[in-house]
Write a protein that binds this ligand. Sequence first.
Ligand code: COA
Length: 184
Amino acid sequence: MAGSGREEEEAWASGLPPEGSASGSARIALYPGSFDPVTLGHLDIIERATRIFDRVVVAVLQSATKTSLFTAAERMSLLEASTQDMSQVAVTSFDGLTVDCARNVGASTIVRGLRAVSDFEGEFQMALMNRRLAPEIHTVFLMTSLANVFVSSSMVRDVCRHGGDISGLAPAPSILALQKKLRP
Ligand code: COA
């Protein structure tokens, strides 16, 4: 891992860049989203990102416009539990602009997942807006695996709510939390 001084390691643990430097020499990527809850599709993107970047900060949008089933703290803890074996991954939360969050954690890249062509238009618009707001930050799109092309958090919630089998769609912590919340 590049740039592994103690100060930088501590800054990394806190999700913040070391004082007085943008990001050291580590390539840091921000993966923002609502993660309500994290699915295997999200984990697929996170895993792919760890192969490209030194560090991946997964950022949970606190006050999403959509009403969320899980609180931001719950969504963060499900992400933490699901990524505990990935040492390059840290989880944080943010409100406001994604580019500001990227700057705060020292990320020069925003990662987004693409599942189908239908994702592209909205993602393209977001990427261009983010570029206008922060030209120094790039957006990189990673293609999800075929097995996860149809997976979304709302679909997993819906299937669980109606008693369907969600194994193979979400990690164990998400499945347990969904069952607790939706099928008490
Ligand atoms: N696998 C499975 N599902 C995936 C996925 C993947 N790889 N990638 C996305 N999804 C699903 C999510 O589960 C979610 O499903 P749902 O709608 O059924 O819950 C849906 O796709 C949208 O996902 P998400 O990645 O959470 O995007 P979002 O649209 O909720 O949030 C932000 C995107 C956070 C990046 C965007 O809203 C944002 O930047 N907000 C901050 C404000 C800002 O900066 N605005 C200016 C830039 S536009």
